[in-house]
Design a protein around this ligand. Structure first.
Ligand SMILES: Nc1ncnc2c1ncn2[C@@H]1O[C@H](COP(=O)(O)OP(=O)(O)OP(=O)(O)O)[C@@H](O)[C@H]1O
Length: 260
């Protein structure tokens, strides 16, 4: 990241304004203001229960699957309010891919895991599907490891390979954004490091928003970091500032391990 460019001068993919969310009576997100830059890595950190997962599940409107949810405020994605009744949620879910904490491949072959999304979008031509599978697996740095066993079941892959397969599956429908909810917490250190390297490569083409419990990970891979506490954003700034010279004492206390 160019250190001369301040956060507010960047091109934004999301702009979150006055946003509140309740699960029944639980006020889980409180008056959130957050602008998320395009083609960078934005980390969401904070202690358990502070609203990190709720926040990223709001960005693709997945949170609405919980019946008791109520929301106020606005979230603009590419300058359109995703809560506008005319907004097409299906398009949002295509543009915004999601990778979860535990790798969740389909019980199908490696090939079919990747081809599934494009097929649903109407692509039937075998040559085109082959190309998408190869490109997506290369994009997720998995091609060389699996190119000779594409017909084998995805459950035969290691946990780290399964997680990269899930990233490849997201890439296959050509998203703009990747939401990642603790994508390495179930992985060993070597697989974690491969996924972290991959995230660094992917940010050339995608905007990445990652929830992580691992503060070293956020420091290593993100351009900006938002510190959440009790449903509020306490501080949001370039990662180097959050980690070296935070404004708020609560951020400092969390970063230095005094609570969490
Ligand atoms: N489906 C749900 N129904 C009711 N309350 C929920 C639901 N999901 C989350 N909450 C509540 O919303 C608040 C925020 O939870 P959330 O899962 O977003 O936090 P988190 O920061 O991601 O936590 P963790 O790091 O433990 O995953 C918590 O008080 C939680 O109990």
């Amino acid at each position: 990241m160019n250190p001369e460019v301040s956060l507010k001068d960047k091109k934004m993919i999301y702009s979150v304004k006055d946003f509140n969310l309740w699960y029944g009576d639980t006020h889980a997100l409180k008056n959130i203001q957050l602008d998320i830059p395009t083609k960078e890595v934005t980390a969401i950190i904070g202690p358990s229960g502070c609203g990190k997962s709720t926040f990223i599940k709001t960005l693709n409107r997945m949170v609405e699957l919980v019946p008791s949810v109520k929301m106020t405020g606005s979230i603009n994605y590419n300058e359109q309010n995703i809560f506008d009744p005319r907004y097409k949620v299906e398009q949002l879910r295509t543009d915004v891919g999601m990778v979860f904490q535990k790798p969740n491949p389909f019980p199908k072959s490696i090939y079919e895991n990747i081809a599934y999304g494009p097929k649903i979008h109407g692509i039937k031509d075998k040559t085109i599907l082959d190309e998408i599978v190869e490109k997506s697996l290369k994009g997720a740095a998995l091609w060389d490891e699996v190119k000779d066993r594409l017909k084998q079941n995805a459950f035969g892959l290691s946990g780290g390979q399964q997680q990269r397969l899930c990233i490849a599956r997201s890439l296959a429908v050509e998203p703009e954004v990747l939401l990642m909810d603790e994508p390495t917490s179930a992985l060993d250190p070597i697989s974690t490091s491969k996924v972290e390297d991959l995230i660094q490569t992917l940010k050339k083409d995608y905007s990445i928003i990652i929830v992580t419990h691992n503060m070293q990970q956020a420091a290593r891979i993100s351009d900006q970091t938002a510190f959440f506490l009790n449903g509020e954003v306490v501080e949001y700034d370039k990662t180097e500032i959050i980690y070296s010279n935070p404004n708020d004492k609560r951020t400092d206390d969390y970063i230095s391990g005094k609570f969490g």
